[in-house]
Design a protein around this ligand. Structure first.
Ligand code: OGA
Ligand code: ZN
Length: 372
């Protein structure tokens, strides 16, 4: 049972809920008013100039009835708030279970089901949201086979590499046992702004021997580092390296920490790109602390404790959160033929939007079923 009082000369509203009290300034409530003269019901956009609201705004009357808080303000405005919505914590990380090498559940989806059915598409996007990757089966083994499913979610991100691009190796005709290089765990393209949100990696043919992909949950790696060496964790969230790529026609540059935190101190984005990282000329102490921390972090993300191995077969595809996962591949040998993968990028906002809209649609149709 929530109780409401007016405090601070009616400039604040105090909510007592069990043993917790929260004070909400009148201004904060007023600008968040869901009333249709303040908030456009279709777009959620604010229709008043919040920065012009009088700083001495007061609350004249406030009542709680169940989950509803009704408020009348000194500017005459009146609004009803849903307490759950109003006080919902801003953390978006809570529904993401962290994982390591012991991951028991492989998040999976079927290409055709996700293509044809909104429920299956939502399930796929939910798995991707929770685990940071999903393994999709039955993708057509044509060059742009992934495209139909991208169309269901958001625009394909075009870069200087093109849209859906090759990740390909051909065996050296003169040396059939030539070893194809492995790739250490990394995030893709931290030199872009924005950095590609999701990587779609689609297998057309794989090597018989090796060539499996490695995945590490970067949020888990950050958590482990924080537990074992808080100072190292601090160094990696404090220092902002630059990441740069250049060739004859392109110059791309962006900067940010290996472990990026949100306002609540939770990791929200990781970066690791040995080939493109440039550490600024910081004081020597700071640099030495950074290098020790980075080495520890590298040992974590290349070690067995956190790494999941997954070998893609033709017609399989990985969708990976490039803000959360480190991915790599093991070396492979081609005795002829090719290892041919295709790769595309899709942004985070369009992917999150699709999931949220599908969730709301599903909720609405469930509610309608209950009413019917
Ligand atoms: C890459 C990459 C994965 C693979 O090229 O950045 O991660 O399986 N490739 O080849
Ligand atoms: Zn990569």
């Amino acid at each position: 049972m929530t109780h409401v009082n007016l405090v601070a000369d009616n400039r604040r509203l105090a909510l007592d809920d069990q043993d917790q009290t929260r004070e909400l300034p009148a201004l904060w409530l007023r600008e968040r008013s869901p009333a249709p003269d303040t908030l456009d019901p279709r777009t959620g956009q604010r229709l008043i100039e919040a920065a012009d609201l009088p700083l001495d705004l007061r609350i004249e009357q406030a009542d709680v009835d169940g989950q509803q808080l009704s408020v009348r303000f000194s500017d005459g405005h009146q609004a009803d708030f849903d307490l759950d919505t109003l006080l919902k914590p801003s953390s978006r990380q809570a529904d993401k279970p962290l994982w390591d090498a012991g991951l028991e559940h492989t998040p999976e989806a079927d290409f055709n089901a996700a293509l044809d059915d909104d429920g299956a598409l939502l399930d796929m996007l939910d798995e991707l949201h929770r685990y940071g990757f999903v393994l999709v089966s039955n993708v057509p083994t044509t060059e742009d086979g992934m495209h139909a499913l991208i169309e269901r979610i958001g625009p394909l991100r075009r870069t200087n590499w093109g849209g859906i691009a090759d990740v390909k190796s051909v065996a050296n005709a003169y040396d059939l046992t030539m070893t194809q290089r492995g790739l250490e765990p990394h995030t893709d393209n931290p030199y872009r702004d924005p950095i590609p949100g999701y990587i779609w990696l689609h297998c057309l043919t794989n090597a018989a021997d090796g060539g499996d992909n490695t995945l590490v949950d970067g949020y888990r790696a950050a958590q482990v580092l924080r537990e074992r060496d808080p100072a190292a964790f601090d160094a990696l969230s404090r220092v902002w390296p630059t990441f740069r790529y250049e060739d004859e026609t392109t110059y791309l540059e962006s900067e940010g920490p290996l472990i990026e935190l949100n306002s609540e101190g939770e990791p929200v984005r990781v970066r690791f790109s040995n080939r493109t990282e440039l550490v600024p000329a910081l004081p020597a102490d700071e640099l030495e602390a950074y290098y020790a921390a980075r080495q520890q972090f590298n040992q974590l993300i290349t070690g067995d404790e956190l790494t999941v191995h997954l070998k893609l077969n033709p017609g399989q595809m990985l969708i990976m959160d490039n803000y959360r996962l480190f991915h790599g591949r093991r070396a492979y040998e081609l005795a002829g033929g090719v290892r041919h993968l295709r790769q595309g990028y899709v942004d985070r906002d369009s992917t999150a939007s699709r999931r949220e809209v599908l969730r709301r649609q599903q909720q609405t149709s469930r509610n309608n079923e209950e009413v019917a």
